[in-house]
Design a binder for this molecule. Structure first.
Ligand SMILES: Cc1cc2nc3c(=O)[nH]c(=O)nc-3n(C[C@H](O)[C@H](O)[C@H](O)COP(=O)(O)O)c2cc1C
Length: 347
């Protein structure tokens, strides 16, 4: 591509996601979606240093552990990064305080609709609030409560997912939300796909799966190898066997663990029928099945029995690449798509 053509494409991309870049303070409006056990200082700093916006996954960390992770990340990058907090964490207020004291600029609230009190506390403390909007009504409510940016995440994503694909969520939400930047997530692995959402009004994109299998990710080599091997169809959501015993849908690679989960549910339901287990005990037993399973897969490399959370975009992970190379690929694909469009409209 001729340099001037490329420059014009890049300028258009900069303009298309300017709102997202301004909000995040990063070179590109590309968020590294927080991934428990994976999104720690090394990956987060690598994403921010490469021009994206890394986000620490607090998960179940306690306040001291989070403070250490933030300090560790600050030692590795001068660029902005955020922290993802789960709203049902029992020490949420303390975690918010830790972020504010460490001057973290952006807090992403996940795992439920955050209270306006939490949103206000974060804003009063000088940080910006990002929240997940699973539907248009909730997007509007979150903005009223003070959320300054939204993420809409389709069911293609890895980890805990809602029932609606990004294709549909984007059409439902993007044309109607103008007050705050909206970032799209779920199933994204190429820059041209990201451009198509920017054209629809998104301010930027959030990716998880592609970054999890990067060189800088501390995930076990076997975890990364499973991503390289995996096809889109292998990244399935957890199956619920009995409507009386709800299972939170989590998308990950099918393995012996996911098959054992089905057998476990069948066993628990049988024990409930026998009267061996009460309804509450049966539900608890189902919920406890996966306790510690993500850590087993990510850190210990047990990809057969652990929880190998991955999105459908896993099929587009072809090798373990450095973060800078992944981000560069995404940006160049985005520019190429824009240039194609510019050349078509000028014909
Ligand atoms: C291994 C893994 C762990 C994840 N853990 C979390 C988490 O702790 N909190 C969260 O908000 N999202 C979590 N996610 C979702 C990501 O932040 C991101 O939104 C998602 O991966 C985007 O879709 P993609 O996987 O298709 O790129 C996780 C995803 C993966 C693959």
């Amino acid at each position: 591509m001729a340099p001037d053509v490329h420059d014009r494409g890049r300028a258009e991309l900069d303009a298309l996601w300017a709102r997202g870049r301004d909000f995040l303070g990063s070179r590109y409006a590309l968020l590294g979606g927080a991934m428990s056990w994976v999104s720690e200082r090394n990956l987060v700093a690598a994403i921010s240093n490469a021009g994206g916006f890394g986000v620490i996954a607090c998960g179940a960390m306690d306040p001291d552990r989070l403070a250490a992770e933030i300090a560790g990340t600050q030692a590795l990058t001068q660029r902005p990064f955020g922290v993802n907090l789960i709203t049902m964490h029992p020490q949420l207020d303390d975690l918010v305080r830790v972020c504010l004291e460490a001057k973290v600029g952006h807090i992403v609230l996940a795992g439920g609709i955050p209270s306006s009190a939490t949103i206000r506390a974060i804003r009063d403390g000088g940080a910006r609030v990002v929240a997940f909007a699973p539907a248009l009504v909730l997007a509007k409510r979150l903005i009223k409560s003070g959320a300054e940016a939204l993420v809409i995440e389709g069911s293609e994503a890895g980890g805990h997912v809602g029932p609606v694909s990004l294709t549909v969520l984007a059409q439902e939400i993007l044309p109607h939300i103008h007050d705050v930047p909206v970032f799209v997530a779920g199933g994204l692995a190429r820059g041209d796909a990201i451009v198509s959402y920017l054209e629809q009004g998104a301010a930027g994109a959030q990716l998880g799966t592609r970054f999890a299998a990067s060189v800088e990710s501390i995930a076990h080599e076997r975890f990364k190898a499973a991503f390289v091997r995996g096809n889109a169809r292998d990244a399935v959501t957890s199956v619920q066997l009995d409507e009386r015993f709800p299972v939170i849908p989590v998308r990950g690679l099918a393995n012996a663990g996911s098959r054992a989960f089905l057998a476990h549910q069948a066993d628990v339901v049988r024990q409930f029928h026998d009267g061996t287990l009460s309804k509450d005990e049966a539900q608890l037993s189902i919920e406890h099945f996966w306790a510690g399973a993500l850590r087993r897969a990510v850190i210990d490399g047990d990809v057969e029995h652990g929880s190998v959370m991955a999105g459908q975009s896993v099929g587009m992970v072809k090798s373990v690449q450095p973060i800078a190379e992944i981000i560069d690929d995404l940006v160049e694909q985005a520019i190429a798509a824009i240039v194609k469009w510019q050349q078509r409209t000028e014909r």
